[in-house]
Design a protein around this ligand. Structure first.
Ligand code: ADP
Ligand code: MG
Ligand code: MG
Length: 252
């Protein structure tokens, strides 16, 4: 059993007009075995939360804490966070020209484990993970994210998730830009991951449609830099029906 705990997190970014506070006291606890959906309007700070937990240097933590089983995550380097078991699938995955998917995955696995994976089983694992994401084998020779379609980027992220097998996955709008088939394939990948047992998922989304495939244990409404409301899966249905209005108005 593991616990990822975010307490009263305040985060700012540097802008031309000085520091701007984006996260204004986020409280969230995710335990292994749980799937949490974070839903909120554009610009509410959902990606900022994901990047802050993952350790992106652009985001300055001004107060609050993030701990993994009581250990301070904010004190860790990005690599240390990954080794501690945190994984972030970004809303806009970055292109890495000249680095093939195969080499990228192997380097990531090697960095996590401290040793290179045994080649024969690894190649089998990679091919299996790509296949389950309906990416063909030639995909592994392409440069990471270069010229990938929106759907290929997301399916590649989920193949990574499966291969790297973290304790906690933060999936930032993994559903955006997916057609209905890709949405189902990606969702099935996330479900396989969370059903491995003691895995935690923080699913950030703008739309409720992915929640037809991935059943969250908890739903959080994220507005103006913090959690405005938390509930069960039925909260997503309420949002589907009524939108974020009630919460955005209350936040002003
Ligand atoms: P969401 O993912 O919920 O759409 P974001 O976290 O991307 O929201 O953005 C929240 C707010 O923070 C937005 O107003 C955005 O413009 C601002 N913001 C995020 N990152 C930066 C940055 N690096 N520089 C300046 N402003 C930023
Ligand atoms: Mg957005
Ligand atoms: Mg975002």
């Amino acid at each position: 059993m593991s616990t990822l705990e975010i307490r009263d997190l305040h985060v700012s970014v540097a802008t031309e007009d000085g520091a701007k506070e984006i996260l204004k006291g986020v409280d969230l606890t995710v335990k292994s075995g749980e799937t949490h959906a974070i839903m909120g309007p554009n610009g509410s700070g959902k990606s900022t939360l994901a990047y802050s937990v993952a350790g992106h240097p652009k985001y300055e933590i001004t107060s609050g804490s993030v701990t993994l089983d009581g250990v301070d995550v904010l004190d860790m380097t990005v690599d240390e966070r990954a080794r501690a078991g945190l994984f972030l699938a970004m809303q806009y995955p970055v292109e890495i020209p000249g680095v093939s998917v195969a080499n990228f995955l192997r380097a990531a696995k090697t960095a996590l484990d401290g040793e290179a994976p045994a080649l024969r089983t690894w190649i089998k694992d990679v091919n299996g993970a790509l296949e389950r994401m309906t990416l063909d084998r030639t995909f592994s020779q392409r440069s990471v994210n270069e010229g990938f379609s929106g759907g290929e980027k997301k399916r590649h992220e989920i193949a990574q998730l499966e291969l790297l097998n973290p304790k906690f996955a933060i999936l930032d709008e993994t559903d955006s830009g997916l057609d209905i088939d890709a949405l189902r394939i990606v969702s099935e990948g996330v479900n396989r991951f969370s059903q491995q047992g003691d895995r935690g998922v923080l699913l950030i989304t703008h739309y409720t449609r992915i929640l037809r495939y991935i059943k969250p244990d908890y739903v959080h409404v994220f507005v103006a830099g913090k959690v405005a409301e938390s509930g069960g899966a039925d909260l997503a249905e309420e949002l589907e029906a009524n939108g974020y209005d009630k919460y955005t108005k209350a936040a002003v």
